[in-house]
Design a protein around this ligand. Structure first.
Ligand code: FAD
Length: 492
């Protein structure tokens, strides 16, 4: 058929996956088109995810820190918050980053095609042009792009429970980040990272929190030793932490949103219905796989909307690749970026006959996770529970931050650093590190070291003998390794 545009690679979606793939492909000399329905690049992460949430969490963390100072002899008094100014700050942060991406795309001669993309064949994508700030309005104009290769990076969107009333007092993370006003009573539906991060922001600004979670603990995936400390420190933010509890119905009343709960266990009891000024739905995200007419290109999509790929990020159609949230968990920006580079390299390698590039593969051993709450919780690799479930014998090194000079000096010694090493007989006492986690201030900034140790196959001696600067929180990683190895005696 005829096409209006043609390229080597078309990328569908301009999030961390999409723009990283487009930039790498362009750097490798390919002619690239990037299709994005919204006015700015950056996807969920830059516009309504990672970045705006961290802009607000930074402010919350400074406010929390300052409130601790009175006990140390410095009283800043009660803060006053200008929520409009705070929102403007957050928008400026987003603008700076998305503007930077647009400039980088231009520099690399990546053509941005604004609109909603959907496949019309195995080598053709149709783009329905969109306009306006949100990019929801379609103009009726369409273009067809003929491509040699495609990379699907259409991302995911928040799940909303079917029985939730359509009401401005019921929001998802995007609505919560819009930060219109601070409610008195707020319910967080879902005790995962996104819900707890937004809850941290709102509670620091003055909201009282309830959280409801179907499973038996908050922050699933993280080591329970770490979560226990987080929960103890954060208890004052909450009126109710409802675990093993489902939300079964909700209705909009003049005085608020009334939510009804049921036990997730057979025969269990549930709390009475409650009325909230704001309900945040943070019960997970669903991939956008069913919205791009993938079937017209022959690309298989699962019932839940995911697209399965191999370690080269290739779908069942050999010249079409997929990356980021749309290919599965964990739905994290850093995973999307690494997958993006693999897809772009494989395509460039194949088009240019470069065997080394064509052999690129996503073979990361581990992907770290961070809850940017206060304190932060960060983890990577195996947790103790997972090791137990898999029958793997581990040796653990647990370093309590109340033995860290820096943590004590900071007045924040509640943290813990925990490392797990292989203790199977085959390891002969020199087992490699299998996982690790930290709870405490700046934990997220330090977890990369543990990820590096796992990728490099370090053992406890490697980490313990690595000289960490004193006095830092990062020293706790070296100390935890020494404890696991049994060469540290000066910690209780
Ligand atoms: P997305 O970022 O979802 O981008 C997909 C893009 O594709 C969007 O711009 C969309 O408009 C576009 N698109 C979709 N369909 C079409 C179509 N048919 N045509 C044209 N364009 C289309 N991750 C972290 O690693 N760290 C964090 O701190 C973090 N915080 C988060 C906080 C919140 C509140 C949320 C919601 C998420 C957070 N995440 C975080 C997750 C992170 O945002 C995602 O993992 C990441 O954005 C996924 O990137 P992606 O490229 O796969 O997709």
């Amino acid at each position: 058929g005829t096409a209006d545009l043609e390229c080597d690679v078309v990328v569908i979606g301009g999030g961390p996956g999409g723009y990283s793939a487009a930039f790498r492909a362009a750097d490798l000399g390919l002619k690239v088109m990037l299709v994005e329905r919204y006015a700015t690049l950056g996807g969920v992460c830059l516009n309504v995810g990672c970045i705006p949430s961290k802009a607000l969490l930074h402010v919350a963390s400074v406010m929390d820190e300052v409130s601790h100072m009175a006990a140390l002899g410095v009283d800043f008094g009660a803060p006053t918050v200008d929520i409009n100014k705070l929102r403007t700050h957050k928008e400026k942060v987003i603008g700076k980053l998305t503007g930077g991406l647009a400039a980088m795309a231009k520099m690399r001669k990546v053509t941005i095609v604004r609109g909603v993309g959907s496949f019309v064949g195995a080598n053709h994508l149709q783009v329905a042009e969109t306009t306006g700030k949100e990019g929801q309005e379609q103009t009726g104009k369409t273009q067809t792009i003929a491509f040699k290769n495609a990379i699907i990076a259409a991302g995911s969107q928040a799940v909303s429970l079917p029985f939730m009333p359509k009401d401005p007092r019921v929001v998802d993370s995007t609505g919560a980040l819009a930060l219109k006003e601070v409610p008195k009573r707020m319910l967080i539906l879902g005790g995962g990272i996104i819900g707890l991060e937004m809850g941290t922001v709102y509670s620091t600004l003055g909201a009282r929190l309830d959280v409801v979670e179907m499973l038996d603990g908050l922050m699933q995936g993280a080591d329970r030793d770490l979560v226990k400390i987080w929960q103890k420190m954060n208890a004052p933010r909450f009126d109710n932490i409802m675990l093993k509890t489902k939300t079964v119905s909700a209705r909009a009343l003049p005085e608020g949103i009334e939510v009804t709960f049921a036990s997730a266990e057979e025969g269990g009891t549930a709390p009475a219905p409650q009325v909230y000024d704001l309900v945040l739905q943070a019960v997970g995200r669903t991939p956008n796989g069913k919205k791009i007419a993938a079937e017209k290109a022959g690309v298989a999509v699962t019932d839940r909307g995911f697209i399965n790929v191999d370690i080269q990020m290739r779908t069942n159609v050999p010249h079409i690749f997929a990356i980021g949230d749309i290919v599965g968990q964990p739905m994290l920006a850093h995973k999307a970026v690494h997958e993006a580079h693999v897809a772009a390299e494989v395509i460039a390698g194949e088009l240019q006959g470069n065997k080394e590039l064509a052999a690129a593969a996503f073979n990361a051993r581990v992907i770290p996770s961070v809850a940017y709450t206060d304190p932060e919780v960060a983890w990577v690799g195996l947790t103790e529970d997972q090791a137990k479930a898999q029958g793997i014998k581990v040796k653990k090194g647990l370093f309590p931050w109340n033995a860290s000079g820096r943590a004590i000096a900071n007045g924040r010694d509640e943290g813990v650093t925990k490392l797990l090493f292989d203790d199977s007989p085959e390891a002969h006492g020199h087992g490699k590190i299998l996982g690790g986690g930290m709870v405490g201030t700046h934990a997220g900034d330090m977890i990369g070291e543990i990820a590096l140790a796992i990728e490099m196959g370090a053992d406890a001696v490697d980490i313990g003998k690595t000289i960490h600067p004193h006095p830092t929180l990062g020293e706790s990683i070296g100390m935890a390794a020494e404890i696991a190895h049994g060469s540290c005696t000066d910690v209780p």
